[in-house]
Design a protein around this ligand. Structure first.
Ligand SMILES: [Zn+2]
Ligand SMILES: [Zn+2]
Length: 170
């Protein structure tokens, strides 16, 4: 790979580690050979995710639960439920938001901002390219977040959830 990464040419990790700000929760995620780094990279701009993360865009990367393991005890881990059945995992020691998870599914959406910096600098494009589902784009902040997704070949913009299937114009 040379120059700026693109959807056709980017570095892919075999595994990553990440954790919360105070360091009491650490995890590893492994990526099988057939992991689709494009389809599984998304974002959300709903008010819940904004309040949860404190950021205008929540960048998420989905991994299978079987590929996600904790490297520390999880005594400070707590799930907040803004919606029944949807876990928002955070550290009660420092407040870091670690993942979003639909309990009816066998995967977890990692909050990419908590991935360790050495992996983000090397594999940030693989994890946060936003080529999958980008939801709640009706909440885009004009002139700030509206240029983030929707470049040619980069993901799908949904007005709200992808289940509601109302696509935004690119
Ligand atoms: Zn913590
Ligand atoms: Zn959201």
């Amino acid at each position: 790979m040379s120059g700026s990464p693109s959807v056709n040419d980017f570095a892919k990790p075999e595994s990553i580690t990440g954790g919360c700000l105070c360091g009491s929760i650490r995890y590893r995620a492994n990526f099988p050979k057939d992991h689709d780094f494009l389809k599984l990279s998304g974002s959300c701009q709903c008010t819940q995710c904004r309040r949860n993360t404190g950021a205008l865009i929540f960048m998420a990367h989905t991994v299978a639960l079987r590929d996600f393991t904790y490297l520390t005890p999880t005594t400070t881990l707590k799930n907040f439920y803004a919606t029944p059945g949807i876990q928002r995992g955070f550290c009660t020691g420092c407040g870091s938001f670690l993942y979003w998870r639909d309990e009816s599914r066998d995967d977890v959406e990692i909050a990419v901002g908590c991935v360790d910096p050495e992996f983000l600098s090397k594999f940030g494009f693989a994890l946060a390219n936003a080529s999958g589902n980008n939801v709640w784009c009706e909440n885009e902040i004009r002139g700030v977040t509206d240029g983030f997704v929707g470049k040619v070949g980069r993901g799908i913009k949904w007005a709200r959830s992808s289940e509601e299937a109302i696509r935004c114009k690119l």
